[in-house]
Design a protein around this ligand. Sequence first.
Ligand code: RAM
Length: 348
Amino acid sequence: MFHRVPRAAAGVAVLVLLAGCSSSATPSPAAPTAVTLGSIVMIPKQVNNPYFDVAFKGAQNAATALGGTLTQVGPSNAVGTEQIPFIQTATTQKAQAIIVSADDATAIAPALQAAMAAGIKVVGYDSSPAVGAYNVFVNQADTAGIGKGLADMACDEAPSCTGEIAVLSAAQTATNQNAWIAAMQTTLKDAKYSKLVWDGVVYGNDDPTVSTQQAQALLSAHPNLKVIVSPTTVGIVAAAQVVKDQNKTGSVFVTGLGTPKGMVDFVKGGQAPEFALWNVTDLGYLAYAVAVDLVNGTIKGTAGETFTVKGVNNDQPYTIGTDGVVVLGPPFVFNAKNIDQYVASFGF
Ligand code: RAM
């Protein structure tokens, strides 16, 4: 559920999701570092996606603060089978930890399990590998809450919450987008959304060209389309650009998940009046800190364990939940009133 609360640092009102907030557990006592930190390998869905550059920057900041040597490697297409060789190489080279955003949860699971069997700690971030193929998954926000947020933003943008909506997603196998879309569809069953008509999901593979083509195809296939919901930073920019280029501004609206910097012109231009995201730098920082704690043995990834990461979550403790999931915190909703402040404070 979204709630409006003040955000002290930026001095602007934001919508936050409370469902994923961590409990008031007691911080674990700081344990001595038992292991000399060595190589930690970060494998994003793809290396040529600005979203993952920001997460990597956050992880680099953490490496500077906490120690260890961080390397980012990965495929240029968001395809699970293309991630496998990078996982295998990190395993052969005896990395201490692998931090991975899964393009395909099950396709990469055997390679990750082989890494774990070799003593390597595996941290999922952004898009979860299959349960059993990681030690901890750092989720950027509560999945059900993101789904509801997507439904609510579509409802806000469709005139009187009425008309056709369609989704432009990332890869068809992406764990995170599929979970968010499923949660959105659950929300849409509520009577409040009964006048929204579901036109289905298309996949742009987090590729700018394919995403543009898919957005164009949506507009041709559905002349009465009112809202494109794109829960991917690549897709949302492509969809907003297509709406602008086809002179549909004011008749078709775009929402979803995007970086403030990438969307600022479309918010102000009216193509995408509101959309959401979380602090991606913090996501990378938290994922790296979790990897370090696993390597040091201060956490094992068991439900109920607590830990704190200085500089993230207001220095309040995180609690590891079911299936080894840690939730970063609430996402932010951007609009014309607050986007400049977010671009300034986030820097992405
Ligand atoms: C894209 C990727 C990533 C997702 C963001 C919102 O960059 O698909 O996995 O979390 O969008």
